[in-house]
Design a protein. Structure first.
Length: 453
């Protein structure tokens, strides 16, 4: 009899676990109440990157004269942008749904919850469906965090999902939050023509990132006219028919036409019946998991944002794969645990930012000996040809063995180039392995070999 595997939540973790487990022979049921593919992915991640891509074209046009072209004045058509976003997300959802069905996965449209150790109940439009399960994966994702001092209305005070695109282009947007999501919104709306103010609760954007990387982004923001308010922790938002006023803990007040909150997320763990199966959650609502993504109840797993690990779609995707392997017993064969310290991440600002593995500041804090080498893109023929020589490549390696430990990239296509360093970190390659690779010329990737050399 095949393993009965039920998944609550069809985001990157849930869909990957479903398709892989089905291919391995499991009887898989996926319960999803919103969008197959994940609401955070299809309503936040993909739309934001689509709008950033639109802003990128505007930025490219601003460099037209340097490329020998007459300057062009673009006209932004919000309706066309909206239709494009809907087309992209609709295509992705339909393709993923078709893939699930083709692999034999039963997709139930409804809100799922545990009703006991081995029973899942799905509330659908036609009534209640009961599903018996040998193993259960909870992959319900997260939602934008809303502080008690703010009541977003979707008109003047926005959450991220109100902004793809908003009803109108903000004349002056005040972004609250300088993490990954916040700085992406700063870049996106500044590229599209809005004036932007950014409230930075600490003394640098992207807290926790390499200070040199954060400084490079701050410098670009200032060059583009973004107003940075450092040490500005928001404690209130007042709105009127014509604008907003954001109040800070130190007494400063920042005005604008709109405010956008980007201050993190909270796990979607409420109302899932976790207590009925004896599944524990922590004080923040996350489901703690071990290296196999198991909760304190062996046959109940958690993956994606709700597991409290790195909130990246790529990590959720790989967690889903590891869960499927464990459910099907493949962990007994040469199984490699997921190493979260080796996950690559990217920030889609301009210039792009990407990093992986051990960071320079982290190594110094640990007292670990490292070698750090850096090459600016200003020395790259391809960057000069493309008219965008901003940024640099930084590689962190072990001085004794030459093994690549990590790296950071600031510049065009950083989200693509970081894959080379990520592979080196994962495979324990040495800097000489990168140096001796015969790369394309002229190409931005040559900077990686130069940094390694």
């Amino acid at each position: 009899m095949p393993v009965r595997f039920t998944i609550i939540g069809g985001g990157p973790a849930g869909t990957q676990a479903a398709t892989y487990a089905a291919r391995l022979g499991a009887e898989v049921t996926l319960v999803e109440s919103d969008l197959v593919g994940g609401a955070a992915n299809l309503l936040d991640c993909i739309p934001s990157k689509a709008m950033i891509a639109t802003g990128g074209f505007v930025s490219h046009l601003s460099r037209a004269e340097r490329m020998g072209l007459s300057a062009l004045e673009p006209h932004l058509d919000f309706d066309a942008v909206r239709r494009r976003i809907e087309s992209i997300t609709g295509h992705l959802e339909a393709s993923l749904h078709q893939l699930l069905v083709s692999q034999g996965v039963t997709v139930v449209e409804g809100r799922g919850r545990l009703a006991g150790p081995h029973r899942v109940v799905a509330q659908t439009g036609q009534g209640q469906v009961e599903i018996e399960a040998d193993a259960v994966l909870v992959s319900t994702g997260s939602s934008p965090r809303v502080p008690d001092w703010c009541d977003p209305d979707g008109q003047r005070v926005l959450l991220t999902r109100h902004a793809y695109p908003p009803g109108e282009l903000p004349e002056h947007l005040v972004v609250v939050g300088s993490g990954v999501t916040g700085v992406e919104f700063v870049h996106m709306f500044r590229s599209l023509g809005s004036r932007v103010s950014l409230l930075v609760s600490r003394q640098q954007v992207l807290p926790g990132k390499d200070p040199e990387v954060a400084a490079a982004l701050e410098e670009d923001f200032l060059r583009r006219g973004v107003l940075l308010y450092k040490g500005a922790r928001a404690v209130g938002v007042d709105r009127s028919s014509s604008g907003v006023l954001v109040r800070c803990a130190d007494g400063r007040e920042v005005t604008g036409s709109h405010a956008l909150l980007a201050i993190g997320s909270v796990p979607n763990s409420a109302g899932l019946g976790l207590e009925s199966a004896g599944v524990q959650i922590d004080s923040s609502g996350y489901i703690p998991v071990n290296q196999h993504c198991q909760s304190n109840v062996d046959h109940v797993y958690a993956a994606g944002d709700v597991s409290g690990r790195l909130p990246l779609a790529s990590v959720a995707h790989m967690q889903g794969r590891k869960v499927a392997e464990h459910v099907m017993g493949l962990h007994t064969r040469a199984h490699r645990h997921l190493d979260y310290d080796k996950a690559a991440s990217a920030i889609f600002t301009e210039p792009e930012i990407a990093d992986v593995g051990l960071a320079e500041a982290e190594a110094f804090a640990l007292g670990r000996k490292i070698r750090v080498t850096k090459v600016p893109f200003a020395a790259s023929a391809r960057a000069l040809i493309d008219g965008d020589p901003r940024g640099f490549v930084k590689i962190v390696s072990d001085p004794a063995t030459g093994v690549v430990l990590g790296g950071s990239i600031v510049g065009a296509s950083a989200s693509e180039l970081i894959s080379v360093i990520a592979l080196a970190v994962t495979a324990h390659l040495k800097v000489t392995d990168i140096v001796e690779s015969l790369l394309v010329h002229p190409a931005l990737a040559e900077a990686l070999a130069e940094a390694a050399e």
